[in-house]
Write a protein that binds this ligand. Structure first.
Ligand SMILES: Cc1cc2nc3c(=O)[nH]c(=O)nc-3n(C[C@H](O)[C@H](O)[C@H](O)COP(=O)(O)OP(=O)(O)OC[C@H]3O[C@@H](n4cnc5c(N)ncnc54)[C@H](O)[C@@H]3O)c2cc1C
Length: 419
C-alpha cells in the first residue's frame, strides 16, 4: 500500500545466535551472502547461559574448534566450565564479525504471497518486521524445559525445580533431593548433590551410558571423526532416516561427565557409594512417589548401551581407516541395587524434586506446515519442504551429532552450500 514503509529486507535471516547460528553465519559470510542473526537474549552465549554454575562440557575442549576460530588453548582434552564456554562463543561472534542483533524476539514467521519479488518470508519481531528470501532457524535443540504430567501429583510441600533453573546445591532447600531422570544432566546433578553431602535418590529411566575413553581416545573424538569422515570410508553414523521411531530424536543423551577431568558415570558405582536408585517415576500423590520396578532392566540397558550402539560404530570406523588403535575394554560393575516401589518423601526427609527430564521444541511462532507430530521440522539435511526455510542444530537433523559440537559445523557447511 503506498505510503506504508516496506519492512527492511535481508537476503537471509538466521533466527538464533547460539553456536549453530554463529557457525551458519561463518559459512554465509565466506560465501559472500548477506545475512543477519536475530536473538531474543540480551547477551551472546545461547543456551550455555542456562546451565548450572559448576557445569562443564561433556565434550572435550578440542571440539570447540570452530570454523574460523581454532581451539588453541592449553587443554584440548579438558572440559571447559560454563563461563568459559560462554566467553568462547562471545569471542567467536566477535572474531567472525557475526551481524548479530540481540534483544530481538522473532514472534512470527509467515510466507509472503508470491508477487514476483525476491522475498519469500516475513518475520515479525519486537523491533519491527523483516522480509527475507531465506530463513535459517537456529533456535536451539533444547528449548522449553519439559516436566512430565505426573509431576502435577506432588503436593505443595515438595519443591519442584527443573534442571534448567537449578544453579547450585545451596540454592535448594536443605534436605534430601529426588532427581528424576538419568540422562547426562540428571546423573551429573545427582553426583554434584551427593558430593555436597545431600541425600540423593535418583529415578533411573531408559537411558544409556557411554564411555569417556575407548581405544586410546575420548569417545567423542571418535564420534566427531565418524561424523565428519565416516561416510567417505563407508562407516557413517546412523542417520535420521534409519531411526525406527522418530521419538528417538528426543531420547536422553547417554550419561558421562566432564567434571573432575572427565570420567565415566556408572549408576551401579554411584549406588554403591550412597546414591539411592529407584526406577522410573510412575505416580505422585502429595509426598508419596511410586516407581516402576524397572530399575534392574534400566541398569542393564545402560550397561549394554555402549556395546550395542556406540562400540560397533567406532570399531567399524577404526577398521575402515586401518588405525592401529589399541583394543578397548568396557569395564563392568556387578552391584545390584534393590527395587524400591514406593517412597514417602516426607518420611525420607526429601523436600525437593529436581527434574532432569529434558526439553521440547517450541516452534509455534513459525506459521508454516513443516512440523511433524513431535514438533520437529520435516527436513532433509536441514532444508524443509518450504523452499528457503531451513533448520540447523535440531536433534538428529542429520544424525546423533547434529545437536552438539561434534556435528553442527559439518551440518552448517552442508546447509549453506545448498541454501
Ligand atoms: C544440559 C545440556 C548440556 C549440554 N552439554 C553439551 C556438551 O557438553 N557438548 C555439546 O557439544 N553439546 C552439549 N549440549 C547440546 C548443545 O550443544 C547445546 O544445547 C547448545 O547450546 C546448542 O546450541 P544452539 O546454537 O543449537 O542452540 P542455543 O544455544 O539454544 O541457541 C539458540 C538461540 O536461539 C535463540 N532463539 C530461539 N528462538 C528464538 C526466537 N523465536 N527469536 C529470537 N531468538 C530465538 C535463543 O535465545 C538462543 O540464544 C548440551 C545441552 C544441554 C541442554
Amino acid at each position: 500500500v503506498s505510503g506504508v514503509a516496506r519492512p527492511r529486507s535481508v537476503e537471509t535471516v538466521v533466527v538464533g545466535a547460539g553456536q549453530a547460528g554463529l557457525m551458519t553465519s561463518w559459512f554465509l559470510r565466506r560465501a559472500g551472502r548477506e545475512h543477519v542473526l536475530l536473538d531474543r537474549r540480551p547477551t551472546l552465549g545461547g543456551g550455555w547461559q542456562d546451565r548450572w554454575n559448576a557445569f562443564q562440557l561433556v565434550t572435550p575442549n578440542f571440539l570447540t574448534s570452530l570454523p574460523g576460530l581454532d581451539y588453541t588453548g592449553p587443554d584440548p582434552d579438558g572440559f571447559m566450565v560454563r563461563d568459559d564456554v560462554i566467553a568462547r562463543f562471545r569471542s567467536y561472534a566477535a572474531t567472525i564479525e557475526a551481524p548479530v542483533e540481540l534483544d530481538t524476539d522473532v514472534t512470527r514467521l509467515v510466507a509472503l504471497a508470491p508477487d514476483g519479488g525476491e522475498n519469500r518470508f516475513r518475520l515479525t519481531t519486537n523491533r519491527g518486521s523483516l522480509d527475507a528470501r531465506n530463513v535459517v532457524v537456529a533456535a536451539g535443540p533444547f528449548q522449553v524445559p519439559h516436566i512430565p504430567r505426573v509431576g502435577a501429583g506432588f503436593g505443595p510441600t515438595i519443591l519442584q525445580v527443573h534442571a534448567h533453573d537449578y544453579r547450585e546445591p545451596d540454592g535448594l532447600p536443605s534436605g534430601g533431593v529426588l532427581v528424576i531422570g538419568s540422562g547426562q544432566t540428571g546423573v551429573q546433578l545427582a553426583e554434584e548433590l551427593h558430593e555436597h553431602g545431600r541425600q540423593v535418590v535418583l529415578a533411573v529411566g531408559h537411558c544409556g551410558r557411554t564411555l569417556r575413553r575407548y581405544r586410546g581416545r575420548d569417545s567423542f573424538w571418535w564420534i566427531h571423526q565418524i561424523a565428519v569422515h565416516g561416510a567417505a570410508v563407508g562407516a557413517p553414523l546412523p542417520s535420521v532416516s534409519t531411526l525406527a521411531d522418530g521419538r528417538a530424536r528426543y531420547a536422553c543423551n547417554p550419561h558421562l561427565s566432564g567434571h573432575h577431568g572427565g570420567h565415566d558415570t556408572n549408576l551401579r558405582v554411584m549406588a554403591r557409594d550412597g546414591i539411592r536408585l529407584v526406577g522410573r517415576l510412575l505416580g505422585a500423590d502429595g509426598a508419596r512417589a511410586t516407581f516402576a520396578e524397572d530399575l534392574r532392566a534400566n541398569l542393564q540397558f545402560a550397561d549394554g548401551f555402549f556395546d550395542e550402539r556406540i562400540r560397533p560404530l567406532i570399531d567399524r570406523y577404526i577398521e575402515r581407516i586401518g588405525d592401529p588403535a589399541p583394543a578397548g575394554e568396557v569395564p563392568q560393575f556387578a552391584y545390584e541395587p534393590p527395587e524400591v516401589p514406593e517412597l514417602n518423601l516426607a518420611d525420607e526427609g526429601i523436600g525437593t524434586v529436581l527434574w532432569s527430564s529434558g526439553y521440547r521444541a517450541a516452534f509455534a511462532w513459525i506459521d508454516l506446515p513443516v512440523f511433524d507430530d513431535l514438533g520437529l521440522p520435516r527436513q532433509v539435511d536441514g532444508l524443509s519442504e518450504v523452499p528457503g526455510l531451513a533448520f540447523i542444530g535440531t536433534p538428529w537433523l542429520v544424525d546423533m551429532a547434529s545437536a552438539n559440537l561434534a556435528g553442527v559445523a559439518r551440518d552448517a557447511e552442508t546447509l549453506v552450500a545448498s541454501l
